[in-house]
Design a protein around this ligand. Structure first.
Ligand SMILES: [Zn+2]
Length: 237
């Protein structure tokens, strides 16, 4: 099983690792540890390269399965046992971290104001969308919601990562903020992202350490997605 360094050290940009399996048919390698986020929870996978001496092998795709985190490479595949340096495209990843934390902060302010659960979401570097069950929305609400979101971000709230035993997490249903997704049955430990005092939820993604790092955000658009449902689009400035 690949050690997922990004889950505990979100600011790690590179990591030396050993290739533990090679799948030539699919052009991919399995590493013993990685800083590459394989995607999930609305956050896309990282891009970057595996560096081997003078060679930079572009990582064109990352995904996980029961065995660990697979890295698809552009070009030839190193042999099993080779040590490589995994390097994420940090500008892109850091933008995703800021975007992801902004989206959790939006969950927090929408919950405080409307007690509305989030039903789904997705992001690209710098832009995100979240769907809420939000029957009482009025277009006049957009400006104050954006102001409240930016005030919460500017408050420099710490963003803390914790790992809870499964039983403990199951006793706290508020951790599962996305109504439609339940924790996989096999999970024995649950990673929790806590924007202290604002939003706390089970989440595998990468976040900044303080909401101040997000900067100022804009609520770009609020769309109706059928009766009682709204899609809120936000953008980093
Ligand atoms: Zn998330």
């Amino acid at each position: 099983m690949t050690e997922r360094r990004y889950a505990t050290d979100q600011y790690a940009r590179h990591l030396d690792a050993r290739i533990v399996d090679v799948d030539p048919d699919d052009g991919r390698v399995l590493l013993d540890r990685t800083v590459f986020y394989p995607g999930g929870g609305g956050q896309p996978p990282d891009t970057g390269a595996l560096v081997l001496g003078e060679d930079r092998l572009e990582v064109v795709r990352v995904a996980e399965d029961a065995r660990g985190v697979w890295h698809w490479l552009d070009g030839g595949l190193p042999a099993v046992g080779t040590t490589v340096r995994g390097e994420v495209d940090w500008d892109r990843r850091y933008r995703l971290m800021r975007t992801h934390t902004a989206m959790h902060a939006l969950c927090g302010v929408v919950w405080e104001r409307f007690a509305s659960p989030v039903t789904g979401g997705n992001m690209e570097p710098g832009v995100g969308r979240l769907d809420f069950e939000l029957p009482d929305w009025d277009p006049e609400d957009k400006a104050p919601l954006e102001a409240e979101l930016n005030a919460q971000l500017a408050a420099a709230r710490p963003v803390e990562i914790a790992f809870l035993p499964r039983e403990e997490a199951d006793r706290d249903p508020s951790l599962i903020r996305t109504k439609v997704s339940l924790l996989p049955a096999a999970l024995t430990e649950v990673r929790v992202v806590d924007i202290v005092g604002l939003d706390r939820q089970a989440d595998g993604g990468t976040h900044v350490a303080s909401t101040a790092e997000v900067g100022v955000v804009r609520i770009a658009k609020v769309e109706s997605k059928g009766r009682g449902f709204r899609r809120i689009r936000l953008a980093l400035s």
